[in-house]
Design a binder for this molecule. Structure first.
Ligand code: NAD
Length: 517
């Protein structure tokens, strides 16, 4: 195992001060310089993709395909997106026209927040560091990056490569564990982005409160999947199982548990078995390192195995574990009850409990009785079903017929709600997270011919002039509106059928008229 060299505690103040000086140098006011740094970051990943892949294999036993698809490719994608759009994002914006203020030339400037701290977790230690760093640079900030101590090979590699590719006045790595992070959190930052568990999220938010530092918390939790029997069952089973086995289930948006109608549970289990057989034929046994990731630490292995050992559900397949290699096989457990060990916390491992419910209403109530998840998945071919679930629940993301890949979807924010976190990142949302929207006016002197009433002494005529500016409201409502009934799916289809019928009728009539003329 690689030895991770921790940053000496006494150096952390110095790094913080040097980055403040770097920020104040104004280098990153230049969009060209930001783009140069972004491109350097892109080449850091591209030139070293083989070493990155090897580091991820050393830390997580990760198969190369998973590292390329979920970390290397998505990091380069994020950087390229920021590189191509930073000019547009950073351009000052004019607000919507306002008769009252237009002569004061209102403008919104996009300004860097300053010196920011990014703390990242172990599970995607490249994408969840490189992506936020790209966002912070594109917005013009200087950055301290604190990678996870649980991925020593990857965190060492980042500490080696970042000074080679990026301007050390602007981006630095601090490696370490709790004492180093605690030291970092004792300092004043202009923004902190933390990705990890809710437990540590509370520590970060509490430390940030001391300086009123804005915080983005990207947390986790139990992301449920609701199965509608009217789904594409083969695709559903493959996508759900893949979402669970990739990185051995150590994914913040992994499907955590399944809610399925009781009468459909066995059919769904059969589809999962087929998906499992197709993913792992004899030649691709998951116990072989080339095919499947390992659990990050012996402690995490014990925790996940404990959840499995204590379940009252029926293991359908999997269940094999090996402490020496931190291997836990992809495992599906059916007939799991709400008070089961597998439902007691975020699993963050390759165990998939199936909780049978009566119907979609019970599934919705089950989700609403728990913390808002980071992702909520629905597998259904029925628009009404999907709409019902999404309209009656809250979650960071609402995803139909897919799992895990939505954080990589360009243009969509990635973030939680309530206990799954606050704030968002990726693409423009990362730029916005690290940007201060600075309002500006430039008021001409002649305005006082209209606004002069504001100055004392306050007289009756000035009061009347002020009253003339009182905005008028729309007419007083007669009473509360009727609660709008949600559009019924069959209503839309009926409307569409009506339009098609009318169009068909018209076409026939035209044909008849042509034929008779
Ligand atoms: P973690 O909270 O244990 O560690 C994350 C970071 O916090 C590390 O850099 C670590 O050094 C630091 N840290 C740990 N304990 C600390 C303490 N007491 N004081 C200060 N800093 C401390 O998280 P993890 O185990 O690396 O990641 C797993 C969690 O992260 C899961 O809950 C998962 O769902 C969540 N996660 C969320 C997202 C997202 O984007 N929302 C992405 C990945 C992981």
């Amino acid at each position: 195992m690689s030895q991770l060299v921790f940053t000496p505690l006494e150096e952390i103040d110095k790094i913080h001060a040097e980055l403040r000086t770097g920020y104040e140098s104004g280098k990153l006011k230049s969009i060209e310089y930001r783009k140069y740094q972004l491109l350097q970051l892109g080449y850091l990943v591209k030139d070293n993709s083989q070493r990155i892949q090897e580091a991820l294999a050393a830390d997580l036993g990760r198969p190369p395909l998973e590292s390329h698809f979920l970390e290397i490719s998505s990091s380069i994608g994020d950087i390229k997106h920021a590189y191509s759009n930073v000019e547009k994002w950073a351009r000052p914006e004019k607000p919507a026209f306002s008769l009252n203020f237009t002569v004061m030339r209102p403008v919104i400037y996009k300004e860097a927040k300053g010196v920011v701290l990014i703390i990242s977790p172990f599970n995607y230690p490249v994408w969840l560091t490189i992506g936020p760093v790209a966002g912070a640079i594109s917005a013009g900030n200087s950055v301290v990056l604190k990678p996870s101590e649980l991925t020593p090979a990857t965190s060492s590699l980042l500490a080696e490569l970042i000074p080679k590719y990026l301007d050390s006045d602007l981006v630095r790595v601090v490696n370490g564990a709790i004492p180093e992070t605690t030291k970092l959190l004792s300092l004043q930052w202009d923004h902190i982005m933390y990705t990890g568990s809710g437990r540590v999220g509370k520590i970060v938010a509490t430390a940030a409160a001391k300086y009123l530092t804005p915080v983005t918390l990207e947390l986790g939790g139990k992301s449920p999947v609701i199965i509608d029997p009217d789904c594409d069952l083969t695709t559903a089973a493959r996508r759900i199982l893949w979402g669970k086995v990739v990185n051995a289930g150590q994914t913040c948006v992994a499907p955590d548990y399944i809610l399925v109608p009781k009468s459909f549970q066995d059919k769904f289990v059969e589809a999962l078995k087929l998906a499992h057989e197709s993913f792992y034929p004899k030649s691709a046994d998951p116990s072989l390192p080339a095919n499947y990731s390992r659990i990050i630490t012996p402690q995490a292995f014990k925790r996940i195995k404990g959840l499995l050992d204590n379940t009252q559900g029926d293991v359908v397949f999997g269940g094999q574990t090996d402490e020496a290699t931190k291997f836990i096989a992809p495992t599906v457990v059916k007939d799991v009850k709400a008070d089961d060990s597998l439902m007691s916390e975020e699993i963050f491992g390759p165990l998939l409990p199936i909780v049978p419910v009566e119907d979609v209403d019970e599934a919705i109530a089950f989700i609403n009785a728990r913390d808002h998840p980071l992702a909520l998945y629905v597998f259904s071919q029925n628009a009404h079903f999907k709409e019902k679930v999404f309209n009656n629940t809250q979650s960071g993301a609402a995803i139909a017929n897919e799992t895990v890949i939505h954080p990589g979807a360009e243009g969509l924010p990635f973030g939680g709600v309530g206990p799954s976190g606050y704030g968002a990142h990726t693409g423009k949302f990362s730029f916005d997270t690290f940007t201060h929207l600075r309002s500006s006016l430039d008021s001409p002197g002649w305005i006082d011919r209209i606004l002069g009433f504001r100055y004392p002494p306050y007289t009756d005529s000035k009061f009347k002039a002020a009253m003339r500016l009182l905005p008028s409201l729309p007419a007083r409502p007669a009473g509360p509106p009727a609660v709008a009934a949600r559009t019924k799916w069959w209503g839309r289809w009926f409307f569409l059928a009506f339009v098609v019928a009318v169009a068909g009728g018209l076409t026939n009539r035209l044909k008849t008229m042509r034929g008779s003329s």
